[in-house]
Design a protein around this ligand. Structure first.
Ligand SMILES: *Cc1c(COP(=O)(O)O)cnc(C)c1O
Length: 409
């Protein structure tokens, strides 16, 4: 594609730090792992950070550390990347889906409460909530800050307290986002971030668990390193573990990115602002909505095609953009409609009309920090052109585009 969907911002500092590690030969474990974790914890505002080989690995460690297993359920969203549900399935736990809010596309706290009241019975003797149909124990809520927008955490935390549930935040798309002035990652019992190249910062592949709990941090540390007790001998394994380590080499890249994080985040915000200006006059599309109590960290720029024909127009727009060499992606197909998911056990019929509607009408446009004004203008102009109904009397994006073109020449 001529304009890619995403592109990491790799500078000289990244190349220098990575090269330095290559010269030392300390490729796997090394001093930069602890340094990266320390700096990351300081950025996130938590006591501990544990680096992992991916965001998915980090989620899996948290599920195990929270003791979520085959008899358990976790309330979460179906409008997400599959990893936030797969981490439960790895442990034979099941997701229980609540629907999303149509404006924010995040878990709808009212629907959460409704499900909690309708589907669960309180087991007084054991002080836990049991699904009246499946008999599974509800252990946690797993909110996903989708597209970098924080979930409505106050009512979610209130429900967690009321129903005695753990909270595991999936902040893989929301590094640096804030809710009521507080960074995501500081609300849950544990939070997960990811560093795949399309995220706000990258380590190529990588992830991080952050928590204030010494117990969770210790468990994650031990499990990511083959169950080794890190204070003991190398070949003493105290529990079932994995190789979910993040290498010294990856951490070097992460350190360089973290040192430039303010720049990376503000460059993304600038691109988003250009999109919002460029697309604001095009009828039939809805731009990202940010509630006043949130500060989004821009991960992707996702528009929604409005109305009953939204899904058809979304598919038309997708084909048209691709034809012009402009990458785009249908973030996200609802997880409970994925082919692999249908084959899992006997599933209840989920009624998630908003998640399904959003899956049909959302489209992510090319979005990365180094995206030029000209590239944004070209995408906006293509969107307008393909959707084909210019509103008379307003300045068209086409004209803005030619103005940018002129000033660039
Ligand atoms: C990126 C992402 C993850 C983790 O992805 P990895 O590729 O395993 O690092 C998890 N959840 C969500 C919502 C994501 O966007």
């Amino acid at each position: 594609m001529r304009i890619p969907l995403s592109k990491p911002d790799i500078g000289e500092r990244e190349i220098e730090y990575v090269t330095r590690v290559l010269r030392t030969g300390q490729l796997s474990t090394g001093s930069l792992v602890a340094k990266f974790e320390e700096r990351f914890a300081a950025f996130a505002g938590t006591r501990f950070a544990v680096a992992t080989s991916s965001g998915t690995a980090a989620l899996h460690l948290c599920v195990r550390a929270l003791d979520i297993g085959a008899a358990d359920e976790v309330l979460t969203t179906a409008f997400s990347f599959v990893a936030s549900v797969n981490c439960l399935l790895y442990e034979r736990a099941m997701p229980a889906f609540a629907d999303i809010d149509p404006a924010t596309l995040n878990l709808d706290p009212d629907h959460l409460r409704e499900i909690l009241a309708r589907e669960y019975i309180y087991d007084r003797a054991n002080k836990r909530h049991v699904n009246r149909w499946s008999g599974r124990i509800l252990k946690a809520i797993l909110p996903v800050h989708i597209f970098g927008l924080p979930c409505d955490m106050d009512p979610i935390l209130e429900l967690a307290r009321e129903f005695n549930l753990a909270v595991l935040e999936d902040a893989c798309e929301a590094l640096g986002a804030e809710y009521r002035g507080r960074r995501v990652g500081t609300f849950g019992d544990a939070t997960v971030f990811a560093f795949y190249p399309n995220k706000q910062m990258t380590t190529a592949e990588g992830g991080m668990v952050v928590t204030d709990s010494p117990r969770i941090a210790k468990l994650c540390r031990v499990m990511r390193n083959q169950g080794r007790d890190e204070e003991a001998q190398w070949l003493r394994h105290v529990r079932l573990g994995y190789n979910y380590r993040l290498s010294n080499l990856h951490c070097a890249l992460g350190l360089a990115q973290l040192e430039r994080i303010d720049h990376l985040l503000s460059a993304r915000a600038r691109v988003a602002a250009r999109y919002s200006r460029g697309l604001s006059q095009i009828p039939g599309i809805e731009l990202p909505y940010d509630p006043p109590e949130t500060k989004r960290s821009w991960f992707v720029y996702v528009i929604r095609l409005q109305g009953a024909s939204g899904a058809a127009r979304r598919d038309k727009l997708k084909a048209g953009l691709q034809e012009r060499g402009i990458a785009c992606q249908t973030y996200f197909p609802a997880i409970h409609r994925q082919p692999y998911f249908q084959e899992l056990l006997a599933l209840p019929e989920y009624a998630l009309p908003i998640a399904e509607w959003a899956s049909g009408c959302c489209l992510a446009l090319p979005f990365f920090p180094a995206m030029t004004e000209l590239q944004v203008a070209e995408v906006c102009s293509a969107v307008e052109d393909i959707l084909g109904d210019v509103r008379p009397g307003t300045q068209s994006v086409q004209r803005q585009y030619s103005e940018v073109l002129r000033s660039a020449l």
